[in-house]
Design a binder for this molecule. Structure first.
Ligand SMILES: [Zn+2]
Length: 258
């Protein structure tokens, strides 16, 4: 038990670092800057190079009061929120899957989706490269499960892509091929049953939020609401509860495989 608690805490910490890293990756991608080079983090306002003490996930933001130490410019709140989300993803998935192989696959998928969720939320754009990476990593991580688990991954990709493709063709708008590609990559990691749960939860959740925003007149009927974040949340919920939901309906999938 103590080992599992330590594992969860470790994953919360690792998750906040991942959140911090993915926030940088997402925004450097959106701004068309390279994120793999040696570019150091600096304050976008005053240009001061940030020290490691300024870059500790969550804590730096809190003790700096959300402001740059050097020029007092407000640091966007998303830094804190994305680090918090990263930590929550790590902690919850470690709690759900424990010290197991499944945790690796679940974390890879969730962080890939966090990255795509950020770009979609802030720019309405989902990068096919990220979806492709999730899909390839998902299939590679399925290799130890053998042929059956690979086929399950391919079926998941087809289901994820197919359902969204049908909606795009029928509805003509609202959803983009980025969403379809994202669910293809996600499906490859999840297998078809968990992908089905992800789509269902994503649409339910997205629909509920969209109706609420419409009723509160925060958005208008014509406004595009990005679907990516909802698909990401649906998939995350599926990673947490999909197996229990499927059990409830009388099917007992081993995940990632038997
Ligand atoms: Zn500054």
């Amino acid at each position: 038990m103590e080992i599992k608690v330590a594992f969860i805490i470790l994953n919360i910490f690792f998750g906040t670092c991942m959140g911090s890293f993915l926030n940088v990756v997402a925004f450097r991608t959106l701004e068309d800057r390279s994120w793999w080079g040696k570019e150091r983090s600096k304050c976008p306002k005053c240009g001061t190079l940030l020290k490691s003490i300024d870059l500790i996930p969550l804590l730096s933001y809190i003790w700096l009061g959300g402001k740059c130490r050097y020029c007092n410019t407000k640091i966007p709140r998303r830094y804190f929120l994305i680090e918090l989300t990263g930590g929550a993803i790590g902690g919850l998935l470690a709690w759900r899957w424990g010290i197991s192989y499944a945790t690796i696959l679940a974390l890879m998928t969730a962080y890939g989706l966090l990255l795509s969720g950020i770009t979609d939320l802030f720019s309405g754009y989902i990068y096919d490269l990220y979806a492709l990476i999730i899909g390839i990593a998902g299939l590679l991580l399925r290799l130890p499960g053998g042929w059956v688990s690979l086929v399950d991954g391919v079926e998941g990709a087809l289901l994820g892509f197919g359902v969204i493709a049908i909606i795009i063709l029928v509805s003509r708008g609202g959803m983009g091929w980025g969403d379809a590609n994202l669910m293809a990559g996600t499906g490859a990691a999840l297998g078809w049953k968990m992908t089905g749960v992800s789509l269902y939860l994503g649409f339910m959740f997205g629909g509920a939020i969209a109706i609420t925003l419409l009723l509160l007149r925060i958005v208008k009927r014509k406004d595009a609401i990005p679907l990516g974040p909802f698909l990401a949340i649906g998939t995350f919920l599926s990673l947490l509860f999909g197996k229990a939901i499927l059990n409830f309906f009388g099917t007992h999938p081993g995940w990632p495989w038997f």
